[in-house]
Design a protein around this ligand. Sequence first.
Ligand code: ADP
Length: 485
Amino acid sequence: MNAGAAIKVLSVASEVFPLIKTGGLADVAGALPQALARTGVGVRTLLPCYPVVREKVKKAVLEHEFTEFFGGKARILSARFNDIDLYLLEAPHLYDRPGNPYTMPDGANWPDNALRFAALARAAASIGQGLLKNWQPDIVHAHDWQAGLTPAYLVYDGGPRPKTVMTVHNLAFQGQFPPEMLGRLGLPSHAWRLDGVEYYGTIGYLKSGLQFADRITTVSPTYAAEIRGPDAGMGLDGLLNVRARDLSGIINGIDTRVWDPAADDALESTYDTDNFGARWLNKKALQERMGLDRSDDALLLGVISRLSWQKGLDLVLQSLPTIMEFGGQVALLGAGDTNLVEGFRAAMGQYPGRVSCEFGFDESLAHQIQAGCDAILVPSRFEPCGLTQLCALRYGAVPVVARVGGLADTIIDANEMALGAGVATGIQFFPVTLDAYTGALQRAAELYARPDDWQLLQTNGMTTDVSWAGPARRYADLYRTLLGR
Ligand code: ADP
């Protein structure tokens, strides 16, 4: 473990790649600690010990035992996995369940999620107060609503406490639970106040984090500004405006070892900018794997996404006639809303050989789509940061994105000036309407017909720094400021 590092941070997250992942939070929680280690910040990460985590982490050391913890016995174990220093909260009555960390096999939330994630936050707060013999953090960094109660516990416990940071990866997920739970969560009755944990008649986990953390960050500067308005603010804009001085946006990076087209086992053919010609073999392989017509010339558009309203995929469905008109193809990998799954299933039937979809979560196929597609579509209605477009840049798939949140901050639109200056990396559109979207797709098709311009977009993307180095420096600066160092 990183015993000698200057700043000690406990990161608290409900998913950490590669142990367990449902979305971008896991990528961030998995990669940021390693990047921070290079800036003199030593991070340890607290994660629930789900069955898949126990399977993957073979060796663990007992650090603490609770005889009674939210309805059963629990232990804190330490372990090291993939260069990540972990504390695992082992509480079989809360976490020994199959599949997804939040939902039952039928997709509904676990009925005791209030307790499951209060336990995570409670353990984090206690570690922050010195529960463990060998290590105590200077800062506790809570991610998303699942860790949101951590700063609240620290404040209501009173006494000396570490500094706290609350990071919002997606304000749409807020964690709201019935007020009757207050006592069972171990919160005092005076916490039930507008400037406490109360949130529109519920206990708001994310709200509590935003209320009590010393600093609030979100995952892009544009999203940090957007969430202070009524649309993106989703009920929390008032509080975020009150806390505006403590709110900032730090863009995410991606793990450039996991996402490296020059050394990616999942690919038919590895490549980089010096060996760019080898990329086309991945297009061929992808068309074959997904049952698309073999064509070098067809503009192959990829989608890798949760299938949800947020991600704007209904626009992809509606724009299929336009895509067919210019001879494009669509390769989609996604899981989520039934109506979207059905829509895309029907589209496969309607456009055989031109539209192909796989429904589920498939890390290898995600890499193959990034390497095989000409462009990646991200028409999100809102997007805190977005990782898919960062992976696309690195793999030379041109991102076609809505100009919102982190998409606005990471892609340089191929307007005439940017093309002239040789700096464009993708295509942006706004507002997020079908009209604007089909306009962007047509621009993509026009640019694709100009191979020199198109390839410049691709190679500009591939040489953009999408690593964690820059973001990690910004987090390290934030921690230092917070500690007055
Ligand atoms: P989210 O809002 O879902 O967190 P992000 O773009 O921030 O969106 O991160 C999602 C991450 O998960 C990206 O790395 C994306 O490529 C990946 N992803 C999304 N859906 C799938 C899927 N069905 N299979 C594999 N990877 C996926």
